[in-house]
Design a protein around this ligand. Structure first.
Ligand code: CUA
Length: 229
């Protein structure tokens, strides 16, 4: 999760997020190079006194300043397209989680098992434990196995919501009447926090998401407890 003064991306917990961070850094590097070059050129315009009163055309320089930016854009477009394809890829998921957005909470269904479903509400500040995270902790966490391909299906019951977990690189809109799909692979244990990211109404800020990533045998214990209760 994000902690004090963390203004950048969160540490990744999935291969897709790792790739997204690499792409972000790559694009940022190109952006910085362009900004420095253009800034330098603009600054130099103030400090030189060269003029060319007879300049009417300059085909060569126009070719250069047309094609160079086009090629630079290709260096961003190609990796972007590669990432885009990887983000949409489904690799034989071993588990499916369905999350349904409501005003203002999420409910979850583990459709592979016998009707496991529950609601997940934010814990209000006045009921929060001392080690709890304000506006971020929920009463019922999603428990998921690490090192497994997981498919999530996202929808909503009233207005558009968005199921967003920054550390996993997941952001899917839940739209009434539609079922969206994505998938991820959590590569470490831990708690991963997320929030709704569609402006869905008065309590939009108060429908967080918490994933508890655990080893597979712990997950099996948890799910069999749920099935038997
Ligand atoms: Cu649900 Cu914003």
């Amino acid at each position: 999760m994000s902690t004090w003064a963390n203004l950048g991306l969160q540490d990744s917990a999935s291969p897709l997020m790792e790739q997204l961070i690499f792409f972000h850094d790559h694009a940022l590097l190109i952006l910085v190079m362009i900004t420095v070059l253009v800034g330098y050129l603009m600054l130099m315009l103030f400090f030189n006194s060269y003029v060319n009163r007879f300049l009417l055309h300059g085909q060569l320089i126009e070719m250069i300043w047309t094609f160079c930016p086009a090629i630079i854009l290709l260096f961003i477009a190609m990796p972007s397209l590669r990432l885009f394809v990887h983000l949409d890829e489904i690799n034989e998921p071993s588990l499916t989680l369905k999350s349904i957005g409501h005003q203002w909470y999420w409910s979850y269904e583990y459709s592979d098992f016998n009707d496991i479903e529950f609601d997940s509400y934010m814990i209000p500040t006045n009921e929060l434990a001392n080690d709890g995270f304000r506006l971020l902790d929920v009463d019922n966490r999603i428990v998921l196995p690490m090192n497994s391909q997981i498919r999530i299906l996202v929808t909503a019951a009233d207005v558009i919501h968005s199921w967003t977990i920054p550390a996993l690189g997941v952001k899917v809109d839940g739209t009434p009447g539609r079922l969206n799909q994505t998938n991820f692979f959590i590569n470490r244990p831990g708690l991963f926090y997320g929030q709704c990211s569609e402006i869905c109404g008065a309590n939009h800020s108060f429908m967080p998401i918490v994933i508890e990533s655990v080893p597979v045998n712990y997950f099996i214990k948890w799910i069999s407890n749920k099935v038997n209760s």
